[in-house]
Design a protein. Structure first.
Lengths: 195, 174
């Protein structure tokens, strides 16, 4: 029943392809492996330098480590899930799918792209609410575009979001445990005036 | 694959140069700015970042699977890190000679405010209490170039080189 609803929702969203070539081209770019992830990576780079004083900069830098750790752990969980469970991609399982993307061969569920993007957004949200919301919106658009171009079902994206939102609080606990180590790493970087 | 990886590296490298300029202008790190005016630095930085991404998607088709010439996530991660590191190194190398006079100007401006001059003055000229303050890291770039911050750090460590154990203990516990 839920699987049917998932497929119906996918087909409804994917049926939008072909109505407006400009939107198709935009969605194809947005779904790329290189646009939103690079944008989020560059946001983390910017976060490293921004801060009114040393204490705020250190908070941002620790937040950057947290976001990266959340991203890596989410990716690891997705990798394990993919090894245990394989769901064919929509273009393999359904007829009449309009594909605007290459054909990935790995499992459709859960979406690694969504898990990674939402993990970074959640990590940043923990230290900067405004920037975090902007990244959440970017991650949501990224997730939607992956459905639009035909490489993920909506449930795959929701699975990725769930993994990211479960992993991020765990990452915060790990961060608290490793705080002295993180502070020491940042202090070493300060010796070279890079943190 | 090599050309795709090279394009990706160039895109991240140029975009990082721009992001560092924009972030340094927001964070007040004048020692990292190529143009001293923050608004110019910010505009130039954002334009560089957007321009690099637009260029990357304009010159070729980028939705390519990793086994057909694209990049897998590990390659992406490594190239991203290397490109950002290269952009950081180039920024420091470029802005150090450009912003050589920045500290001198700050010293002159802050001469009446000794309490706030600990980042600006070379350690050798400061009182012992100020010299013992933790190193400011990027904060030093508000008042001087990266090279000047490095020489200040070097002086901090060289001054008490004989008791380096105490020095390290004091630095990491502070």
């Amino acid at each position: 029943m839920l699987a049917d609803a998932d497929k119906a929702l996918f087909l409804w969203i994917n049926a939008l392809v072909g109505h407006a070539p400009v939107i198709d081209a935009m969605m194809s770019r947005l779904a790329s492996d290189y646009l939103v992830p690079v944008g989020m990576g560059l946001t983390l780079v910017a976060l490293w330098f921004v801060g009114s004083d040393d204490r705020e900069r250190m908070r941002h830098q620790i937040g950057m480590f947290t976001a990266l750790t959340a991203m890596a752990l989410s990716s690891l969980v997705v990798f394990i899930c993919n090894a245990l469970f394989f769901r064919p991609r929509p273009f393999d399982g359904l007829d009449d799918v309009s594909l605007l993307f290459y054909m990935p061969t790995d499992s459709s569920f859960p979406s690694n792209s969504a898990a990674v993007a939402f993990a970074i957004a959640a990590g940043v949200w923990c230290i900067n609410r405004h920037l975090g919301i902007v990244l959440f919106v970017a991650a949501a658009v990224y997730g939607f575009s992956r459905i639009y171009v035909g490489v993920h079902y909506p449930a795959d994206i929701l699975g990725g979001i769930a993994i990211a939102l479960i992993i991020t609080p765990l990452t915060l606990r790990i961060r608290n445990l490793l705080m002295p180590l993180l502070v020491a790493v940042i202090k070493v970087a300060r010796l070279f005036a890079i943190a | 694959m090599i050309s795709f990886a090279a394009d990706y590296f160039i895109m991240v490298f140029v975009a990082s140069l721009g992001v560092i300029q924009a972030a340094a202008s927001i964070g007040g790190l004048r020692g990292l700015l190529v143009f001293m005016h923050p608004r110019i630095a910010r505009t130039l930085g954002i334009a560089l970042a957007i321009g690099a991404i637009v260029w990357f998607f304009a010159v070729a088709e980028r939705n390519i699977n990793d086994y057909e010439g694209g990049l897998d996530s590990n390659q992406q991660g490594i190239l991203f890190f290397l490109a950002v590191a290269a952009a950081g190194i180039l920024t420091c190398a470029l802005t150090s000679p450009l912003n050589k006079r920045l500290r001198r100007n700050c010293d002159a401006r802050q001469s009446g405010d000794a309490q706030n001059a600990d980042y600006a003055r070379p350690v050798g000229n400061t009182t012992h209490a100020v010299a013992d303050a933790p190193l400011p890291g990027l904060g030093a770039l508000q008042y001087g170039s990266w090279w000047q911050a490095m020489t200040q750090n070097y002086r901090y460590w060289y001054r008490d080189a004989r008791c380096w154990r105490t020095q390290i203990k004091r630095y990491f516990s502070g």
